[in-house]
Design a protein around this ligand. Structure first.
Ligand code: FAD
Length: 392
């Protein structure tokens, strides 16, 4: 779906050109039809298109220089207004077929060896988050993976029913070349789950505690890799907006290393020329994960990388409340939407499930300010494989 805005126009004077396919009333069901409508008829036109089984490929805002039409009228040949930007359904897809999946399954997992386990938090941080690396040498097949995938870990021991523990998924935090660039390791970023149950007892998560406490040299059952939701586009000119909270930074770290880490760049032969923008949410500054690396990338690549932090317990939003990632999204709504208008822009969201409603609310408000309906736009972006969400 294409969306663009024309400056210096009041909404009601604006016209919008919609490119639609699949209208049931159309003789040429597969071919594109173009409709130009005024702003006040936009919503009802969209509803009629949906009711007629049509799919909107694009909405382009322009000046009122063309006559207004709506679906059902015969004017399917209205010239397209010049598109200032686009959100099409022809994304720059990665080669999904070549992405490895399920090379190792729970019944016959790969046995990796822990090489490193260190804290990612600074003095005064809340909780516990560890960066853990496993040696993958010697597997047949080799446990290959790409940026944006996850692996499964089967913790040692048995559950309350005396059965072996089930696997838990973790987003991979290293590029396919691993942190050592030798292509034989995988790294994770794991937060220890801790909560109080109804009886007020302190409960610690099984697998996250197993991993956070693990010693180098320990053998670990690994499955996967899995996941195609969070893959990066192949396009070197793609733009990448990243919304991360907590360990949701793991896939973002892989993207940013792929883009900006010198040895990785040499290995992958992929020259990122687009814009990457990371929004990172954390409760306190010492909880920011991989912060120095990202600061460094921002200094090295000011034209290609932007890093915006929301530190809830230290910063205030415009209403005087805690600064969450959605507040940052709202603050930069105009720029974010201008980027989203470009079909080369992908948005990635990762972290705790609780972040989704806030982001959705912020995107709805930002879209409404542009005369758009986020509840309609989001599925279009999703369908175009440009809206990527992995929350847990
Ligand atoms: P468990 O012992 O399995 O306990 C979890 C259970 O505890 C929950 O099912 C719930 O019933 C209960 N529980 C949890 N919180 C509360 C609460 N506040 N009150 C009451 N009950 C509660 N985690 C990471 O740390 N890093 C990652 O990169 C990461 N990536 C993931 C990627 C994917 C695709 C998915 C699906 C999950 C990911 N996770 C990640 C989460 C991870 O898989 C585990 O769920 C997490 O580590 C907890 O597992 P555990 O064995 O420690 O907890």
């Amino acid at each position: 779906m294409r969306v663009s805005s024309a400056a210096n126009n009041t909404y009601n004077e604006r016209v919008f050109t919609l490119v639609v396919v699949g209208l049931q009333s159309s003789n040429q069901r597969r071919s594109e039809q173009t409709f130009t409508v005024s702003y006040d008829r936009l919503q009802s036109t969209v509803q009629r298109i949906n009711a007629c089984g049509g799919r909107i490929l694009s909405v382009t805002a322009g000046n009122a220089s063309a006559p207004a039409h709506s679906p059902g009228s015969s004017a399917s040949n209205v010239p397209k207004a010049p598109a200032t930007s686009t959100v099409t359904d022809t994304p720059s897809k990665p080669a999904h077929k070549t992405v490895p999946v399920n090379l190792y399954k729970p019944k016959a997992p790969f046995i990796g060896t822990v090489t490193e386990n260190y804290s990612l938090l600074k003095e005064g941080a809340i909780g516990r988050v560890q960066h853990i690396t496993f040696d993958l040498s010697g597997g047949d097949p080799h446990l290959a993976y790409v940026e944006g995938q996850s692996i499964g870990i089967i913790p040692e021991g048995e559950d309350a029913k005396g059965k072996p523990h089930k696997l838990r998924l973790y987003s991979i935090a290293s590029t396919r070349h691993g942190d050592n660039m030798e292509g034989n390791t995988v790294s994770l970023c794991v937060r220890q789950l801790e909560y109080k149950n109804e009886a007020g007892e302190e409960i610690k998560g099984v697998c996250s505690t197993y991993l956070c406490d693990i010693e180098p040299g320990t053998k670990v059952k690994i499955t996967g890799p899995v996941g195609k939701e969070m893959l990066l586009p192949d396009d070197e000119d793609a733009n990448v907006i990243m919304l991360a909270t907590g360990t949701g930074i793991a896939p973002m770290r892989t993207y940013l290393r792929r883009m900006f880490e010198p040895t990785e760049q040499e290995k992958n032969g992929w020259t990122f020329r687009g814009k990457a923008w990371l929004f990172m949410g954390a409760p306190k500054t010492p909880n920011l994960l991989y912060d120095e690396d990202f600061e460094h990338y921002e200094r090295q690549y000011p034209d290609n990388f932007r890093y915006t932090k929301a530190i809830s317990r230290e910063q205030q939003n415009t209403k005087g409340g805690r600064m969450y990632i959605q507040d940052r999204v709202l603050e930069h709504a105009d720029e974010i939407f201008s980027m989203i208008e470009n079909p080369k822009t992908h948005v990635y969201m990762c972290g705790l499930r609780g972040m989704e409603p806030g982001i959705d609310e912020a995107m709805s408000a930002a879209a409404a300010a542009k005369g758009l309906d986020w509840s309609e736009l989001r599925p279009q972006l999703k369908k175009a494989e440009r809206w990527h969400v992995e929350t847990y």
